[in-house]
Design a protein around this ligand. Structure first.
Ligand SMILES: Nc1nc2c(ncn2[C@@H]2O[C@H](COP(=O)(O)OP(=O)(O)OP(=O)(O)O)[C@@H](O)[C@H]2O)c(=O)[nH]1
Length: 234
């Protein structure tokens, strides 16, 4: 989260050591610290769910204005309950911190890595298309699987499952629906064996944004059937 430099307030009585101004500056720093805390997950230091939903709404709005796609990656550590059960909650917490460091290191400065809740994370990728979002998700998956958590001479291999969705401005719905779509692919990844990345097949996405059967019928009604319109090439 970016901080904007603020000019220090001036004492109206032009006093050099003005107590009121000193107190005002302290209060302003505390407000800025608190507002950062409101948006930060205390364990991992990533942005929290509250920030995530606001940021995703904003990026989707930017996509509608600029036409630049927004990528969303949702990921969930695999069999995390077993890590807690076998090694204890503190080791579980260390695993969450390690995963969040890897996630942060795998993305650009302008991307927004967040802790969605529990052992689930989300990353918003502004101005990123399907191919590049998938590349980032795959890079993250590999990095998590190849970076063991080391503690007390133990090495623990972690893996995660990933669901990806891309918003191009033509899909229906709000941020909650985009999260739902990415989440459904994340659960597909779990179902298919975990430690993998899933996304909607390309055709499914294209179908959604191209002409549907009702619209085709209406067009045929208006213009009559031509050889160009009778195939699936549009
Ligand atoms: N240590 C620690 N554990 C947490 C935290 N938040 C959630 N968990 C644990 O994460 C575990 C999630 O378990 P499940 O939802 O069963 O999922 P899983 O074991 O990862 O299994 P799959 O997701 O199906 O691969 C639970 O044991 C939670 O207690 C946390 O902040 N710290």
């Amino acid at each position: 989260m970016a901080h904007t430099a603020q000019t220090p307030p001036q004492c109206p009585a032009q006093q050099d050591a003005c107590e009121i101004i000193t107190e005002l500056v302290d209060l302003r720093d505390q407000v800025s610290e608190l507002s950062e805390l409101v948006h930060t997950d205390t364990l991992t230091g990533l942005s929290n769910f509250r920030y995530f939903m606001q940021a995703l709404e904003q990026e989707m709005e930017r996509t509608r204005r600029t036409g630049h796609a927004t990528g969303l990656i949702m990921l969930d550590l695999d069999f995390f309950k077993k890590v807690n059960d076998d090694w204890g909650h503190d080791v579980g917490n260390k695993a969450l911190i390690l995963a969040s460091r890897i996630i942060k290191a795998s993305v650009r400065k302008m991307d927004a890595p967040c802790r969605y809740g529990g052992e689930e994370f989300a990353v918003i990728l502004p101005s990123t298309d399907r191919r590049h979002t998938l590349m980032v998700a795959e890079r993250m998956r590999e990095a998590i699987a190849s970076t063991p958590l080391t503690f007390d001479e133990n090495e623990l291999i972690l893996t995660a499952s990933f669901g990806v969705d891309i918003y191009t401005g033509t899909e229906t719905g709000c941020a909650e629906e985009m999260v739902k779509r990415a989440d459904s692919y994340l659960y597909q990844a779990k179902h298919e064996g975990r430690n993998r990345v899933c996304i909607a097949p390309l055709e499914e996405k294209e179908d959604r944004s191209s002409v549907n059967q009702d619209e085709k019928d209406a067009l045929f009604g208006l213009f009559g059937r031509s050889s160009d319109l009778s195939d699936e090439s549009y």
